[in-house]
Each structure stands twice: as C-alpha cells, then as structure tokens.
Design a binder for this molecule. Structure first.
Ligand code: IMP
Ligand code: MG
Length: 199
C-alpha cells in the first residue's frame, strides 16, 4: 500500500470510529445510547436562555446552580442570557452512589450570598423524584427572595414521588438513567458533550 493510501484509510477509519462513539459508546460493559446530541442541547439551551432573559428583562438574576450535575448546563445557560446575572452554588446530596436514590437530602454547601429581595433562579440538571428541588425551594423561599424560579435541563415526570414542577424545562425524558453534559454515574461521564442513556 502507498503511503497516501494508508493515510486515506486511516482517515476513513477514524471518521467511522468517531461516528460510532458518538451514537453508541461501550465502556467496561456499559452500553450508552445517544439521547440528545451536543447540537440539540445547545439549541435548546439557547431557547431557554432567550425565554428566561425575556421573562426577567431589565432585572438582575441570581443563578443558583446545584452542584455538581448542573455546572455545565449553568455555564452554557449563563453565557447565553442577555440579562445581568450573578452566580452562586449549593451542593445537595440525594444520591448515595450508582443509580439509586437514598431518598434523603442534605445541604452540604450553602450559598454565599443573601437572597433577600433578589430574583433567584435555581439551575438543576434533572428532576427525578422531585425531593431535592422541593426541599431546596422551601429552604430558599424562607430567605425572602423577591422571586424564586427553577430551570431544569431534564425532567423525568414518571419518576415523581413528591409534587414538584419546574418553571422552565429543557427536555422531558422517559424513565431512563442518563449521563453526560454534567450528569454522572458514580462520578463518570460528566464530560460527555451529549446526553446518553445508560443501559
Ligand atoms: P431527585 O431528588 O430524585 O429529583 O433527584 C435529583 C438528583 O438526582 C439530580 O440532581 C441528579 O443529580 C440525580 N439524578 C436523577 N436522575 C438522574 C439520572 O438519570 N442521571 C444522573 N443523575 C440523576
Ligand atoms: Mg444533581
């Protein structure tokens, strides 16, 4: 084979390989199927940012991201918003490890800003049982913000255990465990640019 033929072949294999890993990834026995591509997510996040900026037009919004899952969504959302924003974070633990909820919620890191009189928007990656967001909303409401709203990139309504609805939702998903774009399984896969179903 000529040198040129070899490189053409290699280029083709790499192209094919990258297509394969983007539609389905197989790591250590886990098969992941692509649910939302990077492009679809970016398009939807832009729409959400536009809608939220319109609703908060002329006001400053304090974004409160729930660590760790929401950090990538919040970074993209904040950069697409056209109203002035400030940012803070809380850390809540509702999952032990793996894919099963413990049902308990703990606030392990609080905000560092006063919420009194502010327009607050909680930024969450996914709503599952609803326990985390109901707990956090109640705690933050007690601090007398001017308004308190919630945006979640993903919502799994079929999994709800307590009554909770977000003001803004990116995508509704079925009862699957999903990873990527900030969402993890045992701390893995947060860095994937798309969202995948873990099977
Ligand atoms: P909830 O309190 O049951 O609504 O749980 C919400 C939290 O559980 C989210 O912030 C996620 O961290 C985690 N979670 C729920 N479903 C998934 C999933 O499908 N993939 C990854 N994390 C999830
Ligand atoms: Mg979370």
């Amino acid at each position: 084979m000529t040198k040129r033929g070899f490189f053409e072949d290699l280029k083709f294999s790499l192209k094919f390989f990258s297509f394969t890993i983007h539609s389905e990834v197989n790591t250590l026995g886990f098969v992941m199927k692509l649910l939302f591509s990077e492009k679809e997510i970016q398009r939807r996040v832009s729409e959400l940012a536009r809608e939220i900026s319109k609703d908060f037009s002329g006001r400053e919004v304090l974004l409160i991201g729930i660590l760790k899952g929401a950090f990538i969504f919040m970074a993209d959302l904040a950069r697409k918003m056209t109203t002035p924003v400030k940012m803070d974070f809380v850390r809540l633990a509702s999952y032990g490890s793996g894919t099963h909820s413990s049902g308990r919620v703990e606030l392990t890191k609080d905000v560092e800003t006063s919420l009194r009189g502010k327009d607050v928007l909680i930024v969450e990656d996914i709503i599952d049982s609803g326990i985390t967001l109901r707990y956090l909303s109640q705690r933050l409401k007690a601090r007398k913000p001017c308004s308190l709203k919630v945006v979640a990139l993903l919502d799994k309504p079929a999994r709800r255990e307590v009554n909770f609805q977000a003001d803004y939702v990116g995508f509704q998903v079925e009862d699957h465990f999903v990873v990527g774009y900030g969402l993890d399984c045992d701390e893995k896969y947060r860095n994937l640019p798309g969202i995948y179903v873990l099977k």
